[in-house]
Structures are given as structure tokens and as C-alpha cells.
Ligand binder design. Sequence first.
Ligand code: NAD
Ligand code: MG
Length: 393
Amino acid sequence: MREVTVLGATGSIGKSTLDVVGRHPERFRVHALTANRNVEAMARLCREYRPRVAVMADEVSARGLRERLAGEAAAPSVLAGEAAVTDAVADAPRGIVVAAIVGAAGLRPTMAAVAGGHRVLLANKESLVVAGPLLLAEAERGGAELLPVDSEHNAIYQCLPAGYRRGEAERRGVNRILLTASGGPFRERDPSTLHTVTPEQACSHPNWSMGRKISVDSATMMNKGLEFIEACLLFGMEPDAVDVVIHPQSVVHSLVSYADGSVLAQLGNPDMRTPIAHALGAPDRLAAGVEPLDLFALARLDFERPDPARFPCLSLAEAAMREGGTAPALLNAANEVAVAGFLDGTLAFTRIAAVIEATLARLPAEPAESLEQLMLADARAREIATEWLRQGV
Ligand code: NAD
Ligand code: MG
């Protein structure tokens, strides 16, 4: 029986994870769940999955949750605050921790999870983008097993040679990684109309159902930019050996190209329960409730090159990866501010890239030596990006 802790349990990934976990009561037991402020959703999850510990982001939400669950059988112990999240991870019996908080807010809890030597299922790509080398070093020190659940990275992980370790590409004959992208909802929309798109339109992804922040990132293709950084770091690939390929059907989740001419791909319906089940069960395969892939219904698979003029965020992210140091953290923080501005109606969709670019122009990247320095860079980029948002870029 493995103990599972889900950070960001009320989100899209959190709920997909619990759906898979709930299908295998003989294998998994839920230890702790954490969420931001959605008391109602957390109460429902506590009733269904019976965690021992539940953590909310603040005391008001924690009190709300305690009141809702008062007198019920097996009510969890309810705690509040970021320190309580990291404590819950530190106190968890060695098992599985699912890092599914959105944004850089997930960094410290994810750090705690890898330091604790758990099997860590990484959905929170922003924590890797902000502090990649430090997070990976901490995972090695803690003896953690870091498994990607981002569908593309999970696909790459499945297609790499057995026992592949970061940085072994050349020795193992791995030539290139082909990172697929759907192109999002605006792949074919007239670019001259993009400034009018609404948050609702940006969040209506053609293939995937996801949280709002990552949905906007998919529409700008910053999501693929963050994933480009994620792939280089996780698999120790040179940026020039990772190609982004637009594949509108989202069925080929990514590919690995080998020295002998073989290209391995992982396919499946676009449903996050597949990569989550893979990472929960590895090396075993678990039933995940996912519809089997019907190639005859699908009939065709298309591939095309991304258009850098339509998707400037992708180029900004690739440049930040090449620059290294604090550059990815600055990029990520500016993006979080710009996306929040777009979602609350203060920034036009087409200005998201402009805010990021203007912020990066003001803050030259530095070598990254500590978590504190990266958090400072993150805070500084948020300030500058917020200023640009207020003044207009
Ligand atoms: P979501 O918005 O649906 O859920 C986010 C979760 O994090 C919620 O439980 C929320 O309560 C919690 N949270 C948010 N802010 C917090 C804070 N400041 N402190 C503590 N908890 C906080 O997001 P999602 O779509 O589930 O994405 C989660 C992560 O997984 C993101 O990093 C995203 O990039 C990544 N991811 C998501 C998908 C997907 O299909 N949804 C796919 C690949 C990767
Ligand atoms: Mg992805």
C-alpha cells in the first residue's frame, strides 16, 4: 500500500489524480490533500478520499473546512498556510507526492517533496522552470524519484531507453526530442483579431480540459515554451536537440529520435489520467478509465512547424533557456503576472508577450546560486511586470 499526498488536490490535475487513485484502493491510500481556498471542493474530496491531513492556504479557509467536516466520521486534521503544506510533505510517510499546485507558488512544497525522498509526480512545471538545477540537485540528494506527469514529458520518459539518466543522451544514442504541441485554440485564427480574444475563448482548449492559467499558456504557446525548458532540464538535453512540433490532434504526446534512425512515440487519447496512472504505477500499468485510442476514427495525424510571429512567447522561453541562470525564473514570473492580468480583463491577449519582453529587458539575468536569489528574481519580475501592466507597455 503506497501513501499518496496531493498538493493542489482541488485542481484539474489533482482531481484526475484522485480519480486514478480511487480506482486502486488495494494499492493506494490518501495521506494528505492540500488546496488554496476552495473549501467546498476540498470538503467533497475529504469525504470521498478520507485523507489524514488536509491543508488550506489560509486560516479562514481552514476554519471553513473544519466547520463543514465537524462531527463527520474520519474528518482529517485541518491545517493552514504554506509552512503547513511543506510540513505535511515533510511528515508524510515515504510514498508518492503529486506536485500539482499551479505556478511558482508550488516551488517550496515541491522542493520539500523531493527533499523527502518520495516518488514525486511533477505536474507543477513552473517550479522546475524557476529553480530547475536546484530542484534536480535536491532530488538527487534526497533520493527522490522524479517522474513527469506533463503529458509530453511523460511520453518522452516512456520513449527514452530503460534506465536513462539525465545527460546520457549521446552515450545512449538519443539524438533529438520532438516535443508536440496542439497549437491551442488560436492556431488558425486571423492574427489581426487576436487582440480581441476573451479569457473564455482562450480557456476553451480544443483537446484538453485544464486549469485557467495553463489554458491561457497553451493559447499563447508559453506552455510549450515552459515545457521546452522542462524537457531540456529533466532529460539533460541541449536546447538545439529539442524541436517543437505542432500536432493539432494531441494524440502523439511526444517522440524521441535515435541515432539508428528509430523514432519512438507514445500515443493515446488526450486525457491526463494516462500519464498520471503511468507515473503512479511505474513500472506497472494501471487502469485509468481512459477511452481506448481508435485509430480508424482518428484516420489522420498532422504535423507542422510553429509560426514564431504568431507565438512570440515560445521564442521568449527558448531564449530564456539558452540564457540560463535567473532568466527562466524572470520569464515565468512575468508570465504569471501577465496571464493573471489577461484573465481579470486588464490586459489584451496580444500584450502578454509584450509585458514579458519588457520585463526581461529591464532585468538582466544573473547566474542562479540559491533558492533565495531565485525567489528574489521572481519577486522583482512580478513588481516590474505589474508596473508595465498598470502603465501599459
Ligand atoms: P488548477 O488551477 O486547476 O489547480 C491548481 C491547484 O493548485 C488547485 O488545487 C489550487 O487550490 C491550488 N493552488 C493554486 N494556487 C495556490 C497557492 N498559491 N497555494 C497553494 N495552492 C494553490 O491547475 P491545473 O490545471 O491542475 O495545473 C496544475 C499544475 O499542473 C500547473 O503547474 C500546470 O502547468 C500543470 N499541468 C497541468 C495540466 C492539465 O491538464 N491541467 C497538464 C500538464 C501540466
Ligand atoms: Mg503538457
